[in-house]
Design a protein around this ligand. Structure first.
Ligand code: NAD
Length: 313
């Protein structure tokens, strides 16, 4: 087994998921947190989750749940957490000033070869780490919730990030069973959320204009597009739905443009409260707010099964 150590800064939801992923691949994983009591909860939380996954047949990597849990430790000392670590995954709350402060602290304590990755969902490395002594070792490695079962990681280097670090993080993500994609430059929203927003835009517009019910809009994705997209992406779908993507464009581009000219709102009026309230009312019986935790657990269970299915691809 690999005897290398990684440091996880912040032991909340995302920190715990990273810890389990690294431990599954054999890494010694040290979590650090500033909140009293949180580390204990995180250690118990990861142990319980690993045990549950083992019972259900969802455990990843090498060793038993017990062995993997033994690889995860916790400390209230940042120095101790970083001691001997070659890779740091920052997972503190999404707040620019806080991330800047944490990266200044990390910068002062790490050696020249230590890679510093942020889990940030929308802050870029150039906003967080510009000017630090080790800024060439900093990038964003953005996971998708729940990371243990959704493997995508968006790797987003700053202009100052060393290309060598990008390659190393990509390789590391593969080594722990994740699926990295690399953005060639920083951009607002990274990549996944841009696609997600484009999708939400059309869903919102279709609901607002009374074309479909909320349930039917979601069914369109879960029973239609999503079935495909778990295995073949939009571009390969084009390729398969004609005699290659070039043929697809020749056949269908005109139609696609007509549909978009007719239906797409240039800047959709998004997330307006009246529409959100209406959708929430539609769900008053099937998915009231108090049922959300149960539904999230169900989602994670289904994603676990899908992730198992995909591993047989
Ligand atoms: P969280 O609130 O669950 O956990 C954050 C943890 O950081 C807490 O335990 C807190 O005590 C700790 N913390 C606060 N200040 C600290 C400091 N100075 N040093 C060390 N620890 C500190 O948050 P989360 O959902 O795990 O999100 C963490 C990061 O991951 C955010 O940047 C978020 O945008 C990103 N992210 C979240 C999701 C998601 O779905 N939750 C998905 C992808 C990325």
């Amino acid at each position: 087994p690999i005897q290398r150590k990684v440091a996880i800064i912040g032991s909340g939801l995302i920190g715990q998921n990273w810890a389990m992923l690294f431990a599954s691949a054999g890494y010694q994983t040290s979590m650090y947190d500033v909140e009293p009591g949180q580390l204990q909860r995180a250690l118990e939380g990861t142990r319980n989750q690993l045990t549950k996954y083992e019972q259900k047949g969802f455990l990843k990597g090498t060793g038993t749940a017990e062995e993997q849990a033994e690889r995860i430790s916790g400390t209230g000392s940042l120095q101790e957490c970083l001691n001997g670590a070659f890779y740091v995954q920052e997972c503190v709350p999404e707040n620019l000033e806080l991330k800047q402060k944490v990266f200044r602290e990390l910068d002062a304590l790490v050696g020249n070869d230590v890679i510093l990755a942020s889990s940030s969902s929308c802050l870029c490395a150039s906003m967080i780490a510009d000017g630090l002594a080790h800024m060439q070792n900093v990038l964003v490695a953005h996971p998708i919730n729940p990371p243990y079962f959704v493997p995508l990681v968006e790797i987003v280097p700053a202009p100052f990030t060393s290309p060598d670090v990008v390659v190393k993080v990509r390789d590391l993500m593969k080594a722990i069973g994740q699926a990295p994609i690399t953005l060639q430059r920083e951009c607002l929203g990274f990549a996944l959320n841009r696609i997600q927003y484009a999708c939400i835009n059309e869903c919102w517009n279709m609901y607002k204009t009374g074309l479909l019910s909320a349930a039917d809009i979601d069914s369109l994705c879960t029973n239609g597009l999503g079935m495909r997209y778990a295995f073949i992406g939009p571009l390969e779908t084009m390729h398969l739905n004609a005699n290659g993507i070039k043929d697809y464009c020749e056949r269908y581009a005109q139609g696609a443009v007509r549909v978009q000219e007719e239906t797409f709102h240039q800047i959709p009026v998004l997330y307006d409260t009246p529409t959100a309230e209406k959708i929430q009312d539609d769900w008053a019986i099937s998915l009231p707010l108090q049922k959300l935790p149960e539904r999230r657990a169900w989602r994670d269970n289904m994603l676990a099964k899908l992730s198992k299915l995909k591993s047989d691809e």
